[in-house]
Design a protein around this ligand. Sequence first.
Ligand SMILES: [Zn+2]
Length: 319
Amino acid sequence: MPGPWPEAVPGMASGGSRDSATAGYRGRFAPSPTGPLHAGSLVAALASWLDARAHAGRWLVRIEDVDLPRCPPGQDEVILGQLARCGLVPDEPPWWQSRRSADYRAARDRLLQDGRAYPCGCTRSEIEAVLAGRGRVTPAGHEMVYPGTCRDGLEGRAPRATRLRVRDCLTRWVDRRLGPQEQDVALAVGDFVLHRADGLAAYQLAVVVDDSAQGITHVVRGVDLADNTPRQIQLQQALGLPRPSYLHTPLVLAADGQKLSKQNGAQALDLQDPVAALQAAGQVLGLAPMAAGSLAEWLSQAVRSWAGIIASFDPRTTA
Ligand SMILES: [Zn+2]
């Protein structure tokens, strides 16, 4: 996939703090191209870029279009153009998840072979019925906890999805900003879907397979994705893959206090003045106010400010 992205971008990569330099740092920004970037997704993009630069590392972009029918054509190029306008240019050609389904299927098949995953023949309404029969109510906005119906076999039903056999124990990890975290995945979501009934890889599987295939060492993303981390860690363990370090950033909130999204009125970014847009994103991340100058000046000041922020994290939690 040829593109205008050079193998390496000189300049900024060497501007990072020596103290926080991490050999082989590879980070990524992984937008879903369901629409253009908005103020919230720019925060995630900027945070991941700043962290890569502050560690003198490499920054990649991965287009998470595994659910291609939900992604209007051309939005990927719109996003890449918006990033470039903000001076955020990936160090390697972007990846598109829609081109990676063979690798996701291979990972699924390996898990099935190893007995770490199993086929599930349940429809959504069947799962709801089992949960209702056990008196379990799923609160609005929460995922249904899979009741384990197909754990011991399909009993003659046709396979639909593939589920991970979740370990029944606390999954613990340390977030660089939030500190020690834990979740009982079995209690929170149960055996979750890796490969969907429509033949597409589920989000968790695609992310874990790609983070490993791209050699990602540091995941920096919005805190709304923090509760996916334990599922991804269980999946990394099941596949024998390394665990990256995690940093979950604050979110831009909409007027209603919810995460900013297209559904609650996030406007497409106005990039007439990219420095102003970056300034607003930087504020969410706690960057010190910076004199507005050129884009390049703003970005290099921001890297220094970010290096100070991450240096202030509790050293015990710094990966
Ligand atoms: Zn099932």
